[in-house]
Design a protein around this ligand. Structure first.
Ligand code: FES
Length: 83
């Protein structure tokens, strides 16, 4: 279903951005363009962000830090890429 008519962004694309680490309406906008024109869809984007994340999560241990955190799989893969 299209959520952002101005930018033709679907709920699936917004959920994919969220699952990849976009945690705010602004971050979803940066990733997909949704909500960056008239703004009418920003409430719908916020509601999607408030849904429970269903992406598979993994525990990631930061190379420089000894603390572990659980992050969505795609975000974890991005973090593990060598610079
Ligand atoms: S409907 Fe999303 S910015 Fe206009």
């Amino acid at each position: 279903m299209i959520v952002c008519i101005c930018r033709a962004v679907s709920d699936r694309a917004i959920r994919a951005a969220r699952d990849a680490g976009a945690a705010s309406v602004e971050a979803v906008g940066a990733a997909t363009g949704a909500g960056t024109c008239c703004g009418c869809c920003r409430g719908s984007i916020a509601r999607i962000l408030a849904e429970p994340c269903r992406a598979p999560c993994v525990a990631v241990q930061d190379r420089e830090d000894t603390s572990a955190e659980t992050v969505p799989l795609r975000a974890a893969a991005d973090r593990l890429k060598t610079p």
